[in-house]
Write a protein that binds this ligand. Structure first.
Ligand SMILES: NC(=O)c1ccc[n+]([C@@H]2O[C@H](COP(=O)([O-])OP(=O)(O)OC[C@H]3O[C@@H](n4cnc5c(N)ncnc54)[C@H](O)[C@@H]3O)[C@@H](O)[C@H]2O)c1
Length: 343
């Protein structure tokens, strides 16, 4: 099968591209490289010993997307990763997030509809459950109101997709609601390469470990959790990539007009302190830390009920917490400056 992957040069997309190539699919990537480097895809090609058709195209540019689709009339499915994803930034420049994520997705969908490419896997997020949902989050819960423009953009796209399949029964859609992806490919060749100060815990921990930052700031220590720090459901990015392949296989067996959401997580909440201690235990590197005030909008704890993905997609997160820590560290150690330091 030939798969269109938007945002395929990014962190999760590059791991999904590798997974697709490894099981024999062909891949066409479109990415505007606003938060990634072509180096990731060069490395994926080396790892997979296969080539990727890459186009530097913005998902807001419908004509250019259609040109790409015309060059590859055998594309039969899409994995849609392309988005802006910084939660904090999205509250400062919300219009940019709605423009890029929502308008971009609508533009992409118009081009796909014209080209009759109906199978669609969307990178959604646990944030669509909103602030008041009881954990563990399960797909039967109603979606809530995400606190950030980023989260709202994900919810809006889910709603757009749901309306689309109701109006065009050829479309088949899966919304994958990710929990907290971390780690890197075990080769240490591809991984997460954040711009500036990392927003997420593990890239920050890894940068402290490699000496790029003095210490970790832990935001809040009086949450109603076992040790007072926030709890999240961390899953390995390679497991997440595998979940996308499972979703594609599932879509292939469905008849049209469906839009189905699945949680992808481990089902195990872990606190910030547990994560920091585990990282030190696995890598032997001490992580100095300091408590800082809570960040607005951070929830105390949430994790997935991932039974639906297990039962229907035949997917579970197989990698251990040790794997996540070891692979995070191996990536950071080999690429202290991310893709700019091309070892
Ligand atoms: N990383 C997480 O913790 C997380 C959690 C839940 C959901 N998600 C979603 O998963 C997807 C991938 O996330 P990621 O962590 O790999 O992010 P990333 O920033 O590494 O990858 C996104 C890619 O999309 C590209 N892109 C952005 N806007 C584009 C546009 N208008 N046109 C073309 N390309 C564009 C970027 O250049 C980048 O390569 C995103 O949709 C994100 O919202 C991520």
């Amino acid at each position: 099968m030939k798969v269109l992957v938007t945002g395929g040069a990014g962190y999760i997309g590059s791991h999904a591209v590798l997974e697709l190539l490894n099981i024999g699919h062909d891949v066409v990537v479109i990415d505007n490289l606003c938060n990634s480097s072509l180096e990731s895809l060069k490395r994926v090609e080396l790892l997979a010993k296969k080539t990727i058709a890459f186009y530097q195209v913005d998902i807001c540019d419908g004509d250019k997307i259609s040109d790409v689709l015309a060059k590859h009339p055998d594309i039969s499915a899409t994995m849609h990763f392309a988005a802006l994803k910084a939660v904090g930034e999205s509250t400062q420049i919300p219009l940019k997030y709605y423009q890029n994520n929502v308008h971009g997705t609508v533009t992409l969908l118009e081009a796909l509809q014209k080209a009759k490419i109906a199978n669609f896997v969307f990178s959604s997020s646990a944030t669509v459950y909103g602030e008041d949902a009881p954990a563990p989050y399960i797909e039967t819960l109603k979606t809530g109101v995400p606190s950030s423009a980023y989260g709202k953009s994900k919810l809006m796209i889910e709603q757009v997709l749901s309306d689309l399949v109701k109006s065009d029964s050829s479309f088949k859609v899966v919304c994958l609601r990710y929990f907290n992806p971390i780690g890197a490919h075990e080769s240490g060749r591809i991984g997460e390469d954040p711009n500036g100060i990392p927003n997420n815990l593990m890239p920050f921990v890894a940068q402290v470990a490699v000496g790029k930052r003095d210490k970790l700031f832990i935001f809040g220590n009086d949450y109603p959790t076992n040790d007072g720090t926030c709890e999240r459901d961390y899953l390995h990015v390679v497991d997440l990539a595998h979940g996308h392949v499972k979703a594609l296989e599932w879509l292939d067996k469905q008849s049209g007009g469906i839009c189905e959401a699945f949680n992808l997580g481990t089902g195990n909440p872990l606190s910030v302190l547990e994560m920091v201690n585990k990282f030190s235990q696995v890598t032997g590197v001490n992580i100095p830390y300091e408590y800082a005030p809570k960040r607005e909008g951070d929830l105390a704890a949430f994790w997935a009920n991932a039974d639906k993905a297990k039962i229907e997609l035949n997917w579970t997160a197989n990698k251990s917490l040790e794997d996540m820590m070891r692979d995070t560290w191996y990536w950071q150690l080999n690429n202290p400056d991310g893709y700019t330091n091309k070892k």
